[in-house]
Design a protein around this ligand. Structure first.
Ligand SMILES: *[C@@H]1O[C@H](CO)[C@@H](O)[C@H](O)[C@H]1NC(C)=O
Ligand SMILES: *[C@@H]1O[C@H](CO)[C@@H](O)[C@H](O)[C@H]1NC(C)=O
Ligand SMILES: *[C@@H]1O[C@H](CO)[C@@H](O)[C@H](O)[C@H]1NC(C)=O
Ligand SMILES: *[C@@H]1O[C@H](CO)[C@@H](O)[C@H](O)[C@H]1NC(C)=O
Ligand SMILES: *[C@@H]1O[C@H](CO)[C@@H](O)[C@H](O)[C@H]1NC(C)=O
Ligand SMILES: *[C@@H]1O[C@H](CO)[C@@H](O)[C@H](O)[C@H]1NC(C)=O
Ligand SMILES: *[C@@H]1O[C@H](CO)[C@@H](O)[C@H](O)[C@H]1NC(C)=O
Ligand SMILES: *[C@@H]1O[C@H](CO)[C@@H](O)[C@H](O)[C@H]1NC(C)=O
Ligand SMILES: *[C@@H]1O[C@H](CO)[C@@H](O)[C@H](O)[C@H]1NC(C)=O
Ligand SMILES: *[C@@H]1O[C@H](CO)[C@@H](O)[C@H](O)[C@H]1NC(C)=O
Ligand SMILES: *[C@@H]1O[C@H](CO)[C@@H](O)[C@H](O)[C@H]1NC(C)=O
Length: 449
């Protein structure tokens, strides 16, 4: 089986005009070097590559890309994150084998772009350019890209960046948090695709899931206001074809500087530059409460985000497994059925609306909604199903999900989300029994037949 890649791309759709400040020094050629007191500045002046200090007593120097023409010059990429420069002399050059090389006076290496067989610089005449997007690109004279910082993100995704993640290996590219705000070395959190499916993204704490995004359903989701002055919204779009998935972020018109960062605290933050506050503001951050953390509400529990304070609740027809623990705010035991399934004609599907679908589903391809439901009915261990379909490119995609075991890490949203069809014994419908299909529909229950 071929394992798909997950593409996360950010595009700036806005046609906001940039003030063109022609900085001559946006590039590095063979034979040239940048030393500790020098920078490359992108053509429009938005980004700078240089040696910037972090921490104190004494400060460490890092070769990094940061914003250049705003007050809070946030760092968006770090080359030598694990090997700070603590010597008085260091330079960035292009090596004879067409690699970017960060070395000290004794030629010991702090960092290298490490492209194998990049070729001889004499033949390929490579140059490194810091683009207006904040991407540092090493390319041959012919234009072929040998290496680019956008393929090797640290903790930040910028507009125009393609973020690829393989769900099998967790590798390819992933975001890794800084250790703390003054130390860019790798922290405990990472952000990439999860195991078994390319339909969702995770934040990991070590090897444990810390937060999970919603399951992709073909529709645009997750818009949030960046600043109160420019009313910018983020749109988070994924498109998938067979085993490949493509994620796109875009911004509405009038976009400010924007970035997505995996914070050292483990939060994924959507940040925008607010010109009136003259500072970065967080448009959206996930997880936004303890309740949103992975699996916090236990099996068959869900985090109800429609409450003013997000709260764990049991799914319809379920009750806390350990009531006293639950009452004390320990939700790890989750919930259990009030009435065990008998797996017969008394079973119904209860519709839960606006849900963040739970984890640990089976993804069945090429099903109609009727076939999807039938798959769940046919197997007594099926607890729920959810269905979505959409067209993409030249094909139609159907996404039938069935849950054969526990439902974990579900949530309820106010407006986004989708229907979860939860299998229950008919007696759990409460006082109004499902006698007729019409009545069942009115009461938001779906009959089995
Ligand atoms: C930068 O430092 C190098 C070596 O320390 C020195 O030769 C050079 O003149 C400095 N350049 C600037 C612009 O200060
Ligand atoms: C490149 O090769 C030349 C000789 O071919 C050598 O003198 C020079 O030090 C080399 N430069 C680097 C950066 O390795
Ligand atoms: C990372 O996790 C380990 C073990 O859970 C912990 O000891 C350490 O303090 C954590 N580091 C940071 C920077 O949070
Ligand atoms: C919007 O930002 C301004 C600062 O530019 C601040 O004074 C104001 O309180 C903010 N308004 C809201 C609704 O947050
Ligand atoms: C910018 O925002 C951060 C985080 O909200 C805050 O800690 C900092 O003080 C602000 N800086 C300025 C100059 O307002
Ligand atoms: C939380 O509840 C579970 C069972 O519901 C129990 O096993 C565990 O010890 C409890 N944890 C704490 C910290 O009380
Ligand atoms: C992923 O698949 C493996 C093997 O099929 C299974 O053991 C594991 O529980 C699955 N993980 C999740 C999160 O579904
Ligand atoms: C999808 O299912 C239909 C009918 O079940 C079948 O004819 C078709 O070949 C299937 N397509 C794929 C790509 O599996
Ligand atoms: C989605 O599924 C419904 C019901 O199975 C079907 O009528 C519709 O044509 C499908 N749409 C697409 C785009 O596949
Ligand atoms: C029901 O699903 C379980 C888990 O996927 C599987 O092991 C079992 O074989 C299925 N039973 C039937 C009758 O398909
Ligand atoms: C996709 O579904 C639509 C209906 O939603 C249908 O008109 C179209 O023919 C389908 N395309 C393919 C390639 O199956």
């Amino acid at each position: 089986m071929e394992w798909p890649l997950l593409y996360l791309a950010i595009f700036l759709l806005s046609s906001s005009s940039h003030l063109l400040v022609c900085a001559s020094d946006d590039r590095l050629s063979p034979g040239e070097s940048i030393s500790l007191n020098e920078t490359l500045v992108s053509d429009d002046g938005a980004f700078a590559l240089g040696f910037f200090p972090l921490g104190n007593s004494p400060a460490n120097l890092y070769l990094a890309i940061r914003y250049n023409n705003i007050a809070q010059k946030a760092i968006v990429w770090v080359a030598n994150r694990e090997k700070p420069i603590n010597v008085p002399l260091a330079t960035l050059t292009i090596s004879n084998d067409s690699n970017l090389l960060l070395i000290d006076a004794k030629r010991s290496i702090f960092w290298s772009s490490n492209v194998k067989n990049a070729g001889s610089s004499k033949n390929s005449s490579p140059i490194a350019v810091l683009l207006n997007s904040g991407n540092l690109v090493l390319r041959e004279g012919s234009g072929a890209i040998l290496w680019q910082s956008f393929d090797h993100p640290t903790d930040t995704v910028l507009l125009g960046m393609k973020f690829k993640s393989s769900y099998k290996t967790y590798e390819a590219s992933k975001l890794t948090s800084w250790k703390d705000p003054q130390d860019p070395s790798s922290g405990n959190f990472s952000f990439c695709a999860g195991p078994n499916t390319s339909l969702q993204l995770f934040t990991w704490q070590g090897s444990e899931p810390y937060w999970r995004d919603g399951v992709w359903n073909g529709r645009l989701y997750s818009a949030g206001q960046v600043t109160n002055s420019s009313y910018v919204t983020y749109e988070f779009i994924i498109a998938t074809a067979d085993d490949e998935i493509e994620v796109t972020f875009r911004l509405s018109d009038g976009s400010p500087n924007a970035r997505i960062k995996l914070d050292h605290s483990g939060q994924i933050q959507f940040l925008g530059w607010d010109y009136s506050l003259n500072n970065w503001t967080i448009a959206r951050a996930e997880p936004s409460s303890t309740c949103d953390e992975y699996g916090h509400c236990g099996p068959f529990g869900y985090c109800d985000r429609t409450e003013s304070v997000p709260t764990c609740k049991c799914m319809k027809g379920f009750e806390p497994k350990f009531q006293s623990d639950w009452n004390r705010g320990n939700f790890s035991g989750g919930c259990v059925r009030r009435t065990a399934l008998k797996c017969g004609s008394r079973d119904v599907f209860s519709i839960m609306e606006s849900m963040k679908l739970p984890d640990r589903f089976l993804f069945l391809k090429n099903k109609t909604v009727g076939e999807c439901k039938a798959e769940c009915i046919a197997n007594c261990s099926c607890n729920a199903y959810a269905y979505a379909n959409w067209s993409m490119g030249t094909g139609n995609i159907s996404r039938c999900l069935v849950w054969m075991g526990e439902l974990i890490d579900a949530g309820m949203f106010g407006n986004e989300g989708e229907n979860l069809y939860l299998r229950l014994d008919g007696s759990d419908l409460g006082p109004i029994r499902v006698l007729k299909q019409n009545l069942a529909t009115i009461n938001q229950f779906e009959n089995f037949g």
